[in-house]
Design a protein around this ligand. Structure first.
Ligand SMILES: [Zn+2]
Length: 163
């Protein structure tokens, strides 16, 4: 996967487009129902209004997330655009980044694009994705997982008393 020199990439206003195979998104696997779907991205180099180097990310596609209620397939449309300011480690350490609204990453001569895209996707995902009202199989009155667990625990306690 592509590695870019981030400052050079921004200065020369390059664009990189590509797609990422879902099985390659290792840190996302716990949230996924299966390995189908596709993620496409574009990274554009440029400058912001204050002429600082930035990377603009465009990410789109469909992820097959796991519903946290029924553990079934939840098709999640992914569409995000984000602009990241490229900063030096010295700037971060000196506290010069007073602009709290700006997202930034530390500029690197060997920026791993796939890893950056994966970070952005992870940050954008809902903490506990679930089907909408009436579309989840758990809506049919099935007993929620945690209730079942405590029922088993009670049963186990009861058995112990009988001994
Ligand atoms: Zn569900």
């Amino acid at each position: 996967m592509a590695v870019i020199d981030s400052l050079e990439f921004a200065r020369t206003e390059q664009t990189l487009r590509g797609s990422l195979p879902i099985p390659g998104l290792a840190r996302l696997q716990d949230s996924l129902h299966d390995h189908l779907g596709q993620v496409e991205f574009a990274v554009k180099g440029g400058a912001d209004a204050r002429r600082r180097p930035v990377l603009t990310l465009d990410i789109g596609g469909t992820l097959h997330l796991r519903c946290q209620r029924c553990l079934g397939l939840l098709e999640y449309p992914l569409r995000l655009t984000n602009t990241l300011l490229l900063v030096s480690r010295a700037e971060v350490e000196s506290g010069a980044l007073d602009d709290g609204d700006v997202e930034w990453i530390i500029a690197s001569a060997e920026l791993d694009v796939a890893s950056l895209i994966e970070d952005e996707i992870i940050l954008s995902l809902p903490y506990a994705p679930r089907h909408g009202q009436g579309r989840c199989t758990q809506d049919s009155g099935a007993v929620p997982e945690n209730t079942r667990v405590s029922a088993f625990a009670e049963l186990a306690a009861l058995k112990k008393d009988l001994k």
